[in-house]
Design a protein around this ligand. Structure first.
Ligand code: HEM
Length: 492
C-alpha cells in the first residue's frame, strides 16, 4: 500500500481521527479537550482575508520579460540593460467593480498589473487595459468607486449612481466612451492590450530625464464580446477569463504582449498642447510614436491561487533606478493608496510574502510586526548609523533633481473634456458607432430622465452624431438634449 503522509496539527503533532469528534459516549456532547476540532474550525473561520477594495476578482500567472530593443539612451533601469536580457514577472488581471466572486465577462475596465522582479528591486507597473482613466484627481477616487459598487440601501449595482457621477464629471467621458465601445468587454485577459496609463519618467546614466508612457500590445490580437455574447457566457461560466488564462498556459499556449514606450523629451511637457500628465488624455502617436522595448510571456500558472494571486500586492510606488514618477496628480495619490491598502489587507510584512518579495538581495532596518516569517533580520544590527557593517544608502540612487514651481493651492484642471472622446468616436467603424449608442442606452436602464438627458448632452459635445445616436437609442427628446448642451456650455 502507498505510504501516505501523516496528518498533523499546526504544531506538527499527529492527528488520531479526522472524521469523528471526541464525545462523551457515542451520542453525547463534544468535549472541550477536542483541540483538533477547535483548531480546524478556528483556522477555517479565518480563511478569507479582506478582498481588494477594487479589482477584487482576478487571475494571475508568472512569466518572463525579454528585452528586444535597446532603450538605454532613455533609462538606466537594469531590466533594460541589454537586448536579450530576461527578467521574471508576475501579472494579475482583474475586473474593477465586482467582488471576489463576480462574473468575469462584465462590461468593465480590466486591471493589468505587472510585477518585474528586477535585479535592482521590484518594479510594479499597475495599469489597466485602457490608456486613460475616468478621473484625474485622487480626491475623487472614493466617490467614483462608490458609484461602481453597491447602493447602500438596495445593495444593488446602481446605473443611476454611475451615470449621475459620470455626467457630472465630464472628464470621465473619454474613459466612458472606451467602456461603451467594443473594447468595453474583452473576451478574456489574453486578448486585450495593457497600458501603464500614467506618464512616468525615465532617466539615463547621465541623469537626463524624459517622460514615458508604457503600452503592452497584445500579440494574440484583440477580441471582444458584444453585450448579448457576454450575457450568454456569464449565464454558463462566471469564470470565463480565469479558465481561459489558466487552460491556455496549462496547455503551453503562452500569451504574449509586446512592451512599447512613448518618449517625450522633458522640455516638451512645458509646451505640449495639453497637460501631458493628465490621465484622461492620450499622447498622439504621431507626436510620440511607439518604440518597441521587449516581450512579456506568461508561461507558468501559480501552484496555489491564494498564496500567489490573492496575496499578490502591486504598488505604483515600487520603482527602480532609471524609472520614476511624474507630476500626474492621480499617480501621486496612488503612491500612498496601495502600500496603505496592503498594510490593511495583508499586514505590514506584505512585501515578504514570496510572490511579493524581491528576488534580489534586500536589506533594511525594518523589524518585527505581525506575521514576520523571514527571519526578521536575525541577529544583524537594527539601527543606522552603526559601526557594525549594516547596510547604507548611496546617493547615486537618488533620482535626478526636478524643478517645482508655483503657489500651493487647489488648482482646477483644463476643461477640454470633449476633443479626445470625440476623436475616438470618429475613428471607430460605423457599426461600432451604432453599438456605442445602444450600449449607452442599455447601460442607462432605470436611470432618471434628467440624468439620461445630461449624459446624451455630454456625448453630443464630444460628437454631435454620437449625442444624437444615444438620444435616439434611449428615446430622449432631442430638444431637451440641446437645451442641456447649452446649459453645460455656459457652466463649463
Ligand atoms: C487596485 C486605489 C487608480 C489600477 C487598487 C487598490 C487600491 C487602489 C486601494 C487595491 C490594492 C490592494 O489591495 O492590493 C487606487 C486609487 C487610485 C487608483 C486611490 C486613484 C487615485 C488606478 C488607476 C489604475 C489602477 C489609474 C490604472 C491605470 C489598479 C489595478 C489594481 C488596483 C490594476 C489591482 C492590482 C492587483 O491586481 O492586485 N487601486 N487606484 N488604479 N488598481 Fe487602483
Amino acid at each position: 500500500m502507498e505510504k501516505k503522509q501523516k496528518l498533523t496539527t499546526e504544531a506538527g503533532a499527529p492527528v488520531g481521527d479526522n472524521q469523528n469528534i471526541q464525545t462523551a459516549g457515542p451520542h453525547g456532547p463534544a468535549l472541550l479537550q477536542n483541540v483538533w476540532l477547535i483548531e480546524k474550525l478556528a483556522h477555517f473561520n479565518r480563511e478569507r482575508i479582506p478582498e481588494r477594495i477594487v479589482h477584487a476578482k482576478g487571475s494571475g500567472a508568472f512569466g518572463t520579460f525579454t528585452v528586444t530593443n535597446d532603450i538605454t539612451r532613455y533609462t538606466k533601469a537594469s531590466i533594460f540593460a541589454r537586448v536579450g536580457k530576461k527578467t521574471d514577472v508576475f501579472m494579475r488581471f482583474s475586473t474593477v467593480a465586482g467582488e471576489r466572486g463576480a462574473a468575469d465577462t462584465e462590461r468593465d475596465v480590466r486591471g493589468f498589473a505587472m510585477k518585474f522582479y528586477t535585479d535592482e528591486g521590484n518594479w510594479d507597473l499597475v495599469g489597466n487595459n485602457t490608456p486613460v482613466f475616468f478621473i484625474r484627481d485622487p480626491l475623487k477616487f472614493p466617490d467614483f468607486i462608490h458609484t461602481q459598487k453597491r447602493d447602500p440601501k438596495t445593495n444593488l449595482r446602481s446605473n443611476t449612481a454611475m451615470w449621475d457621477f459620470w455626467s457630472l464629471s465630464p472628464e470621465t467621458l473619454h474613459q466612458v466612451m472606451i467602456l461603451m465601445s467594443d473594447r468595453g468587454i474583452p473576451q478574456d485577459f489574453r486578448h486585450m492590450h495593457g497600458f501603464g496609463s500614467h506618464t512616468f519618467s525615465f532617466y539615463n546614466e547621465y541623469n537626463e530625464r524624459c517622460w514615458v508612457k508604457f503600452h503592452l500590445r497584445c500579440m494574440q490580437g484583440i477580441a471582444n464580446f458584444t453585450n448579448e455574447e457576454a450575457e450568454k457566457i456569464v449565464a454558463k461560466d462566471r469564470e470565463h477569463s480565469q479558465r481561459d488564462l489558466f487552460e491556455s498556459i496549462e496547455k503551453g499556449d503562452f500569451p504574449k504582449w509586446k512592451m512599447c514606450v512613448q518618449i517625450m523629451p522633458e522640455k516638451d511637457a512645458e509646451t505640449y498642447r495639453f497637460n501631458p500628465f493628465d490621465l484622461t488624455k492620450v499622447w498622439s502617436h504621431k507626436d510620440y510614436p511607439l518604440i518597441e522595448v521587449g516581450v512579456i510571456e506568461l508561461n507558468r500558472n501559480p501552484e496555489n491561487y491564494f498564496a500567489d494571486v490573492e496575496q499578490s500586492a502591486f504598488n505604483p510606488a515600487n520603482v527602480v533606478p532609471g524609472i520614476h514618477f511624474s507630476p500626474d496628480k492621480m499617480l501621486q495619490g496612488r503612491l500612498f493608496a496601495y502600500g496603505d491598502a496592503h498594510r490593511y489587507r495583508l499586514g505590514v510584512n506584505a512585501d515578504s510574502i514570496p510572490v511579493n518579495a524581491p528576488r534580489c538581495p534586500m536589506h533594511n532596518y525594518h523589524r518585527d510586526g505581525a506575521i514576520r516569517v523571514d527571519g526578521n533580520g536575525g541577529g544583524a544590527v537594527n539601527y543606522e548609523p552603526n559601526s557594525f557593517g549594516g547596510p547604507v544608502d548611496n546617493h547615486v540612487y537618488n533620482q535626478p533633481p526636478f524643478e517645482i514651481r508655483g503657489m500651493g493651492s487647489h488648482y482646477q484642471q483644463d476643461k477640454d473634456y470633449y476633443t479626445q472622446p470625440g476623436d475616438l468616436y470618429r475613428l471607430v467603424p460605423e457599426d461600432e458607432k451604432m453599438r456605442i449608442h445602444t450600449n449607452v442606452a442599455t447601460a442607462m436602464e432605470g436611470v432618471p430622465m434628467n440624468i439620461k438627458v445630461r449624459v446624451a448632452a455630454r456625448f453630443y459635445q464630444a460628437d454631435e452624431r454620437c449625442g444624437k445616436g444615444i438620444a435616439e437609442a434611449a428615446g430622449l427628446d432631442m430638444n431637451e438634449v440641446l437645451a442641456e448642451v447649452k446649459r453645460q456650455q455656459q457652466e463649463d
